[in-house]
Design a binder for this molecule. Structure first.
Ligand code: KG4
Ligand code: ZN
Length: 366
């Protein structure tokens, strides 16, 4: 472990999908009082969402080309907003996997160039470890020790995973994600299920928020949609059957009454789709919390914004529920810089030529 001294500044970079983001965090040693502490000093994010909207989803080539144009301005903005210069940095952190490989490569290449030019250690960060770490980016330091074991649910557009977390990030092992995972989706992610079914209903990308809004006044039991993996001993999810069921339902409505028939039933369709996804998430999270004796639940990723899911958790979940601060819920570099800072504090940074061999990887591998 590097001698921590008073504090270190770490610059984080995130370009795994359609957000180009840079952030500066401060890592401080709390000395004999206990754990190290990480706080975000700045975060600058450019969202490409409007560039991809006309295509109904993220176009990888468009994403990487845009990252190339925005990465340097984002880094400059993050340093300036934190009131520091590149000379003040102790280390760099960058998302190296998983994601769109061309998009990841822009961030990884920028980080490697900076590491080489400034002789800085470089920490490769798994994007999902970043999301998990975002829970600790709170003024109160995150879920306190009394809430361990903590059930962590990663529910995003690309991933749906359950993890049982027993310690704060400063002592997470190298294989944290693999060694804590107790459940995952076997096909589509929950966010993907929202997005694909929303597309079938004619909503723009990303569709989760449209289904959330469209469900107002709808009957969640109007359409009988499947809940996969009902077995009590299985903590995995499957959402691809839901997509097929919705496609068949939309076709049946169109056959009976044309496009107007689908429009007329939109609130019921949205509410039923949402309830099917929320039911699946809720039941597996409850089962996992019971099985592993979890003292709390924490949700990270875009789907955590869903109002019906939050309502059901608030009313029915048998343990306290935590969320990261709103600004760190969607993709951002503060969570990457923070995850990198904790790893740096454990002496897990790449230095010298090792940093230059870092490459981007599309696969999650956990
Ligand atoms: O974590 P995130 O911002 O990006 C990654 O996938 O990494 O998650 C985006 C996902 C999309 O699938 C989007 O439709 C979904 O989160 N989402 C929602 C809501 N807001 C965003 N899904 C349901 N209800 C919402 N209110
Ligand atoms: Zn993400």
């Amino acid at each position: 472990m590097p001698a921590l001294g008073a504090s270190h500044l770490i610059l984080g970079i995130e370009t795994s999908c359609d957000e180009c983001s840079a952030s500066v965090v401060r890592l401080s040693d709390k000395g004999s009082e206990g754990d190290v502490r990480v706080e975000a000093l700045s975060v600058s994010t450019y969202s490409q969402i409007t560039l991809h909207q006309p295509y109904g989803g993220v176009v990888p080539e468009v994403a990487s080309r845009n990252h190339l144009e925005t990465i340097n301005p984002m880094i400059a903005k993050a340093l300036q907003a934190a009131g520091v210069s590149a000379r003040d940095l102790s280390a760099l952190a960058v998302t190296s996997r998983p994601g769109l490989v061309g998009a990841l490569l822009v961030g990884v290449t920028a980080a490697k160039a900076m590491a080489y030019a400034r002789r800085l250690p470089l920490v490769p960060v798994h994007h999902l470890e970043g999301h998990a770490t975002s829970l600790w980016l709170r003024p109160d330091g995150g879920p306190a020790a009394r809430h361990f074991p903590l059930l962590l649910a990663i529910v995003s557009g690309g991933h749906t995973q359950l993890h049982v977390v027993k310690t704060p990030p400063s002592s997470w092992p190298e294989d944290f994600l693999a060694s804590t995972r107790v459940g995952r989706s076997r096909d589509d992610a929950a966010g993907e299920a929202f997005d694909k079914t929303a597309k079938l209903l004619g909503y723009p990308y990303p569709g989760g928020v449209w289904i959330d809004r469209g469900s107002e006044g709808g009957d969640p039991r109007a359409f009988n949609l499947p809940r996969a993996m009902p077995q009590k001993d299985v903590l995995d999810f499957s959402f691809s059957g839901l997509k097929t069921a919705v496609a068949l339902q939309v076709q049946a409505l169109e056959r009976a009454g044309g496009a107007g028939a689908v429009k007329a039933r939109l609130p019921d369709l949205c509410a039923s789709i949402q309830e099917a996804i929320v039911d699946a998430l809720f039941s597996k999270m409850k089962l996992a919390a019971e099985k592993y004796g979890c003292k709390a639940l924490a949700l990270v990723g875009g789907v955590a914004a869903n109002r019906r899911l939050r309502f059901r958790l608030e009313k029915e979940f048998p343990a306290p529920v935590f969320f990261p601060p709103a600004e760190y819920c969607t993709d951002n570099a503060a969570m990457i810089a923070a995850a990198g800072a904790y790893r740096f504090s454990q002496g897990r940074a790449l230095t010298g030529t090792a940093a230059l061999t870092l490459s981007a990887r599309a696969a999650a591998e956990v």
